[in-house]
Write a protein that binds this ligand. Structure first.
Ligand SMILES: *Cc1c(COP(=O)(O)O)cnc(C)c1O
Length: 467
């Protein structure tokens, strides 16, 4: 049985490739308590206390469950200030599984983005990428660059079934090169399993074509490899010629087509904190090794404890295991299919790290000024204690003239932490969403009563509209 056939069997019954050795007890709450909790939190799920949440699908960042191997690795952490043994283990894992030569640890992904952007980007440069990510783009801009989105158009249509919505539109890239000149473009920024598109993959065929085009112009490719193994799984399942390949081989091939990478280990690498940058060019490495001591720490710990680096080294090898990824993405798919069976409108195809519900079609009687996705997220919490988050007009914020940005997509994100919940939890989540949606007609919208200046979705407060 090849890899693709093996994972096809998940359409019948399948189970997680692990069992539980330690459990964390959850607090159950009553509806009355939840109504009071969400009111106190200003109808913003970010402001709920985690102890009041039953199933937490706010994010997949740093919320992973570590394995017994990782926990025992924590005890082996070498906490030396310089030359920690744990650093060398992490470095060896990155070289072995990703193939990059030189490694700089950082406290998390954005630490690596800061350093690499400062080294590679000059004022006035253009940085093309397959859709932006918040912190990645911000560091590119702080370094003086201008981000340009060159993802395929399909990525902006939530119901388009295109299997590789993370692909680069080569014509858009060529146009940019023509317009600005290759010397203005230090690198193309490529994310694997594009977060903001809903966890959608880039194909190897597309990446190879981008590599060919950029090599002709002497432009580098920098890889945001935060979810590279999840991307590799979709390639194994969907791309011609890769059904027989192991995830590990596919991951390595993806990395081999790029010049360097930044990584938030809080996602794919199955830990709670950490990140790194990795490059093949010695000169860039040398500059990074010098800069890291300014922002993070010495180049053999970069803001991480030895035990964190130990856990990352083990997490990387677990993340490229075929059965792990089959269950990880299989669980996301399980939730998505369950929701579809209840008639809930979700973004298609189902992505790698979460399911996104279209709040506009669920609450057609609310205008975007009445925050439909924020409303739906708070009602789902009231119904079952399940915490999700808004990805719509609140997240989009305001433009430079102070006007609300009204994005096309008004979504509620159900993000699934790795190895934390069971399929039974997913049943409860889908049933709760269906229950809330079945009586959605009578739901009233929200009014914003407090709005912070930056990234307002984290801390904004709301009140129920009275009619
Ligand atoms: C989370 C994330 C980052 C930033 O990483 P942090 O560890 O949160 O600093 C960068 N890129 C992508 C795609 C991410 O999902």
């Amino acid at each position: 049985m090849n890899h693709r056939e093996r994972s096809k069997s998940i359409q019948n019954s399948w189970a997680e490739p692990y069992r539980m050795k330690v459990v964390e007890l959850l607090k159950m709450t009553t509806r009355k308590e939840r109504i009071s909790n969400i009111r106190k939190a200003g109808y913003n799920t970010f402001l709920l206390q985690s102890k009041d949440v039953y199933i937490d699908l706010l994010t997949d960042s740093g919320t992973n469950a570590m394995s017994d191997q990782q926990w025992s690795g924590m005890m082996l952490g070498d906490e030396a200030y310089a030359g920690s043994e744990s650093f060398y283990k992490m470095e060896a894992a990155i070289q072995k599984f990703y193939g990059y030569k030189y490694v700089i640890p950082t406290h998390q992904g954005r630490g690596a983005e800061n350093i690499l952007s400062q080294i590679l980007i000059k004022r006035g440069n253009i940085v093309p990428g397959n859709m932006y990510f918040t912190t990645t783009r911000l560091h590119q801009e702080l370094a003086g660059g201008n981000f340009k989105d060159i993802i395929v158009d399909e990525a902006h249509d939530p119901f388009n079934e295109f299997p590789f919505k993370g692909n680069i539109d080569l014509q858009k890239l060529e146009k940019l090169i023509k317009k600005y000149g290759a010397h203005k473009i230090p690198y193309v920024s490529i994310a694997t399993n594009v977060n903001m598109a809903g966890g959608q993959p880039i194909s190897l065929e597309n990446l190879k074509a981008v590599r060919k085009l950029t090599l002709n112009h002497g432009i580098k490719i920098i890889h945001d490899m935060t979810r590279v193994a999840e991307n590799a799984y979709f390639i194994q399942q969907r791309e011609k010629g890769y059904g027989q390949c192991s995830l590990s081989d596919i991951v390595k091939e993806i990395c081999s087509l790029t010049d360097g990478a930044t990584m938030s280990a809080k996602k794919d690498a199955l830990v709670n904190i950490g990140g790194f940058m990795a490059v093949n060019d010695f000169d860039i490495y040398e500059q990074a090794r010098n800069l890291v001591v300014v922002y993070e720490g010495l180049h053999t710990y970069g803001g991480l404890a030895g035990r964190d680096m130990e856990a990352i080294a083990i997490g990387i090898s677990e993340s490229v295991d075929d059965y792990h990824q089959m269950a990880r993405i299989g669980q996301v798919e399980y939730l998505g299919r369950k929701m579809e069976s209840f008639g809930i409108p979700i973004v298609r195809p189902i992505g790698g790290h979460g399911v996104f519900v279209d709040a506009r079609s669920v609450l057609p009687h609310l205008s975007q000024e009445q925050f439909p996705a924020q409303t739906l997220a708070s009602e789902i919490y009231i119904d079952s204690g399940v915490r999700t988050m808004e990805r719509g007009v609140v997240s989009a914020g305001r433009d430079k003239y102070g006007n609300n940005i009204f994005p096309k997509l008004e979504l509620v994100r159900f993000t699934i932490p790795r190895r934390v919940y069971t399929q039974a939890h997913m049943d409860v989540v889908a049933e709760s969403a269906a229950r809330v949606i079945s009586s959605a007609k009578k739901l009233r919208g929200l009014k914003m009563i407090y709005e912070p200046k930056y990234l307002r979705f984290f801390q904004a407060k709301f009140e129920k509209l009275s009619s």
